[in-house]
Write a protein that binds this ligand. Sequence first.
Ligand code: HEC
Length: 164
Amino acid sequence: MSARSRGLGARFALVALLAVGAASAEDPAPRFGDGAATFKANCAVCHRATGVGQPGLAPPLLSYPGRYLERPEGRRQLVLTVLYGMFGDILVDEKHYNFKMPEFARLDDATLADVLNFVAFDLSRAPASAVPLAPADIARERALALSGEAVRRHRAEALDAPAP
Ligand code: HEC
């Protein structure tokens, strides 16, 4: 075997390995695949690819986002978080996080709707009956100029609001 064909063989083996990894049974295809790609590129650095977060740095996204989706102020909360970021102390699963979530207003409405739907349905297991966010839900909140601190305060209201 020449050095060249050995090199090619190694490359094929790597590609095969990656393909197997991507199709593993523990990793079912996400419902919002475009959102998954956006999440990986923009959010996973802090929240990790599986949404488990990092202690003291970024909260897990495995329970609240799915719950937000079922109430109007919660739906707005998800949108406000990506448009304006979030700043200040929050409590998630009995752990405090007090850091700065950056804003992602540069991403377009459809991209932000997809990434939030991926977070809420694929990571946070919103009930299948919940209505996904639409690009118009993002567009509607763009002109507010909120601070990350204001988004954090709205979070408390969104969580306290009675479920419909
Ligand atoms: C630089 C790190 C960082 C990046 C990148 C990041 N986040 Fe965050 N995120 C945070 C932090 C920190 C918080 C909590 C902010 C606080 O303490 O007030 C947060 C909070 C959130 C929340 C609120 C969770 C809750 O319980 O209310 C959501 C939803 C969220 N992030 C989604 C995303 C999405 C979607 C992206 C990518 C588009 C993203 N984040 C990118 C750090 C990050």
